[in-house]
Design a protein around this ligand. Structure first.
Ligand code: SF4
Length: 272
């Protein structure tokens, strides 16, 4: 086995691993994010949607960005907030109403929870660790264009309520957070809520409690062990690269990558 840094398993690491397995994320990028940790999301995406989300969260809770700085407001050339940002800023009064209605208090922002699971560590950083009507709870703030649009049912990150329990890349967050609350805070089955704001100008806001069956929570430990073994095997065998013209063009590792795609790789189909 190669000598590699100790893994810190978060729900983001897990989701990115699943993206890698689906060939949606190139292996060296995954390793640079989660094993050597020489890059962050800021290095691989400067999407305006993400910037709007970060700034909005700052407006709501005071949360700073990864580097401890105040996230900037994405602006037009005329110096005004871009439309998605303005739509979110317009929803700030609703956040204040939510805090009052659900009696949310003693809010701690981005507290880091860590747990030594033997061969690896587990980590989670709840957006809001607080009391909801006097009960300790976690609230995660989301901004999205997929709250109730027609495609929200079919997208991995769409918030259609009926299909939500089956979306593994979304439900991993409450599962992992509840597991960590048990290990770190010694609270079984801590209440977990998503507070979701639409960035489309529709004005929609949803407050969703994610409840998780006990068996699913118990299985999470086994899932983590299996995942860790799978990751170590893959790293030792050699993690795969998935070059594509578009992803390589934006890749922060392209300077030293011999697999960089300057032209499309050949794909083939068989017509019967
Ligand atoms: S340049 Fe392309 S192939 Fe190389 S690591 Fe980046 S995305 Fe992968």
């Amino acid at each position: 086995m190669k000598n590699h840094p100790r893994l810190r398993i978060s729900q983001s690491l897990i989701k990115d691993w699943w993206d890698y397995k689906e060939q949606k994320l190139c292996g060296p990028l995954w390793e640079a994010l989660w094993v050597s940790r020489i890059i962050t999301y800021d290095d691989i995406s400067d999407s305006e949607v993400m910037k709007c989300g970060s700034r909005f969260e700052y407006e709501l809770t005071g949360a700073l960005d990864y580097y401890g700085k105040v996230p900037e407001i994405p602006c037009t050339k005329a110096g005004k907030p871009i439309a998605k940002m303005q739509y979110l800023l317009d929803l700030i009064p609703i956040f204040i109403e939510v805090v009052a209605k659900y009696n949310i208090e003693e809010i701690k922002i981005n507290e880091i929870w860590e747990y030594n699971a033997g061969e690896y560590d587990c980590t989670v950083r709840p957006d809001m660790w607080c009391l909801v009507d006097k009960v300790p709870a976690v609230i995660d703030i989301k901004t999205t264009g997929l709250l109730s649009s027609r495609s929200s049912k079919f997208e991995d990150y769409g918030w259609d309520l009926e299909s939500l329990p089956y979306k593994h890349k979304l439900v991993i967050q409450p599962i992992h957070t509840k597991f960590m609350a048990t290990e770190v805070k010694h609270i079984q089955d801590v209440p977990f809520y998503w507070l979701i704001f639409s960035n489309t100008g529709s004005g929609e806001v949803e407050f969703i409690e994610a409840r998780v069956e006990q068996d699913r929570l118990l299985n999470h430990v086994n899932m983590l062990d299996t995942l860790y073994g799978e990751i170590m095997d893959e790293i030792d065998l050699g993690i795969a690269k998935y070059p594509s013209v578009s992803s390589c063009k934006e890749c922060p590792l392209k300077g030293n990558c011999t697999s960089r795609a300057l032209a499309p790789v050949t794909k083939s189909i068989l017509i019967r």
